[in-house]
Design a protein around this ligand. Structure first.
Ligand code: UGA
Length: 422
């Protein structure tokens, strides 16, 4: 099938490279000329395992192209995926500016075209946005009718950073929210070879499934962190408790890793957006608010534990291992490390940090931190582990003070070892 992808961010690239690897003809559109040039050379603008190798293969085969020219890309497509960002506004609601712009551009491009593509929203948008914002803008700009002259679907994305391609090829399910049956049929054909359940729903339902999935996973993490905070006071290892409860099929063992909380571009933003929608329609989402509140304070618990061993950090060298919100990515958006480092600097500590992928990005927010190797970080007065990168398991922690936010068991050889919830 001929596919165009509007937005070469993390979701757009994983989706584009994934479908191209399956033999589809994909053209990825982005307004950032420098990014497009990089993609044409086979260079990824982000760090994501396996994605770069796959990009080079599909470029060589001619299955993947990149362009800044949206109009020429979408006029010839069977399916147009909208994969632009939907960032948070200060009040928690999402900013639909990029979605609106993409819809206008797609509408303009379809105006004089005989093509009848299916426009698929993959960006995370609040229930009602596809039908209330995307469809009317495309109709207005193209002069055409949704459901008659072009199709519309909402197809939420469930892949994780650091696992994007393997999640793309092995999804647990595909959700197709459809405006009409023809639109859904076209999109279902694209997913024909995937061996997982395909769920067809209304557009609004598909939009809600995305928010409910992320909100549930975030709730699971805040839940186990709360149990972990109680366990810590009782001298119980929450990871053994998680194993015990996770064997119950109704609970499942996944997403029960207690620690310093969730970060990234999705969970915090999506839970806040769901809270904002609920409030707007007169519902007080108390559970979701607690999930966020607990997550706000969880990173700082690490510093409370540090205080037990070092009452005043002023002038002390505090080493930080790991800056990304999770391993196998260079993404530091909403990473717990940001809160922790900000607080350490505020209290007058000298912060030394190492991360295999994110030091350049972090430097832009915290130029005062001393960036160095993992071994140099270990020479600090105390060391905090903030991301569970595999390489941290191989370090020599003998004789150190280590406060662990991510359960690196190898660090238990330290002179003083404290886990945040164990
Ligand atoms: C998340 C979802 O898992 C994806 O299904 C979804 O598609 C994506 O958001 C999105 O909406 O785009 P992602 O943010 O890439 O994916 O990463 P996760 O692996 O879910 O981790 C998120 C955060 O939760 C990380 O900070 C991680 O350290 C934390 N986490 C995760 C825990 O603290 N404990 C766990 O047991 C699992």
């Amino acid at each position: 099938m001929k596919i165009s992808i509007v937005g070469a961010g993390y979701v757009g690239l994983a989706t584009g490279v994934g479908f191209a690897s399956m033999g589809n003809s994909v053209i990825c559109v982005d307004s950032d000329g420098a990014k497009v040039e990089k993609l044409k050379q086979g260079v990824l603008p982000i760090y994501e395992p396996m994605l770069g190798e796959h990009l080079q293969k599909v470029l060589e085969k001619g299955y993947f192209k990149a362009t800044t020219n949206l109009s020429s890309a979408v006029r010839d497509s069977d399916i147009i995926f909208i994969c632009v960002g939907t960032p948070s506004k200060p009040d928690g609601t999402i900013d639909l500016n990029f979605i609106e712009q993409a819809s206008k551009d797609i509408g303009d491009a379809l105006k004089d075209s005989g093509n009848q593509p299916v426009v698929v929203v993959k960006s995370t948008v609040v229930p009602g946005a596809t039908e209330g914002v995307v469809v009317p803008i495309i109709e207005r700009h193209s002069g055409k009718k949704a459901g008659a002259d072009f199709g519309v679907c909402m197809n939420p994305e469930f892949l994780r950073e650091g696992n994007a391609l393997s999640d793309f090829f092995n999804p647990d399910r595909v959700v197709i929210g459809e405006l009409d049956q023809r639109s859904g049929d076209v999109l279902e054909r694209l997913y024909h070879d995937f061996k997982c359940p395909i769920l067809r729903t209304s557009i609004k339902t598909a939009e809600m499934i995305k928010y409910a999935s992320n909100a549930f996973l975030a709730t699971k993490i805040s839940f186990i962190n709360e149990i972990g905070n109680i366990c810590k006071r009782l001298g119980i290892d929450v990871y053994e408790v998680a194993k015990g409860i996770g064997l119950d099929k109704r609970i499942s063992p996944y997403f029960l890793n207690a620690g310093i909380g969730f970060g990234g571009s999705c969970f915090p933003k999506d839970v806040r957006a769901l809270i904002a929608i609920a409030k707007k329609i007169g519902y007080e989402p108390k559970l979701l608010e607690s999930v966020i509140n607990l997550n706000e304070t969880q990173p700082l618990r690490l510093l409370e534990l540090l205080k037990k061993h070092m009452p005043d950090v002023r002038g002390k060298k505090i080493g930080v291992l790991g800056l990304t919100f999770k391993p196998e990515t260079d993404d530091i958006r909403e990473a717990p490390s940001i809160k922790i480092v900000r607080e350490l600097l505020k209290q007058g500590a000298v912060v030394k940090a190492y991360d295999p992928k994110a030091m350049d990005g972090f430097k832009k927010i915290f130029p005062k931190v001393k960036y160095c190797s993992a071994e140099e970080v270990l020479e600090s007065d105390a060391v905090l582990i903030l991301t569970e990168w595999d390489e941290f398991k191989k370090l020599d922690y003998l004789g150190k003070i280590v406060i662990d936010g991510r359960k690196i068991d190898e660090a238990k050889s330290a002179r003083v070892y404290e886990g945040v919830c164990w």
